[in-house]
Design a protein around this ligand. Sequence first.
Ligand SMILES: [Zn+2]
Length: 296
Amino acid sequence: MSDARLTTQQLAELHLHLEGTIGRETALILSAQNGLPEPPPYEYSDLAGFLAVYGQVSRCMVTSQDFERVIFEHGEAMASQHITYAEISFNPSLHAADGWIDGVVRGRASVAREFGIEISWLVELVRGGAAADNERALDIALTTEGVVGVGLVGDESISAAPLAGLVERARAAGLGFMPHAGQVGGPEVVREAVEVLGATRVAHGVGAEHDTEVLRLLVDRGVCLCVCPSSNERIGLKPNFRKFADLGIPLVVNTDDPAMVPTTLQRELAVAETSHGLNRGALTAAAWRHRFGRHP
Ligand SMILES: [Zn+2]
């Protein structure tokens, strides 16, 4: 894509995973440094295949320096795309070593210092995850500098209702909540996220496409969907994003896992416009409007 296609206004991104920003070269370097098996190439064609790659690559980050490096490298990538604000999630259940969270804090500070880019964090809870792991994730969310929300990932066939108490504690502390729901799961998963967990911003949500009632629920509550066209396509999904937009549901486009898809936010904006008939200006404005962080 030529530079002429780049949107030069300042961009915000709201749905991507820190672990999904790890470049292949960096994954190889970190795995060697940490004495881990070489991670697989970023080759997959369905969600199960993706998750197998993702899990192994995620674990290449062990030390606080590893996290700092990955965050800094994504800072460089954001700077080249005019991204000045990003809400990036990470999954503590994938990171068992001590001290890594210090690298998250330092990495964020160095990206702000070096590139003038503000990163805010979402800390991920896991559907069906061990209670202790989800408690630990909430603790990290409540105590770590720069966290503005909690996320939710994991197998969508597992109800997230048991996590409602943790979500409520996060909300009471002023944090936002963006669950993954309706990526591969159906409309009932989206409905639960909104009605039971009170989500006003959902990662993907496209599983609601064919359910008139759940679409109406999204419209009535003004729920924003943070969608990821190329990420969907890599695992064989082709949602009709235009249908959601035409109903008045706010959409924000995102990369999800930019190194592994691979894609960039600039590319997603172009794909959204040219392949899905979405309005680029509406997409970029919605990203700013629906961010959890209030700075900048
Ligand atoms: Zn995601």
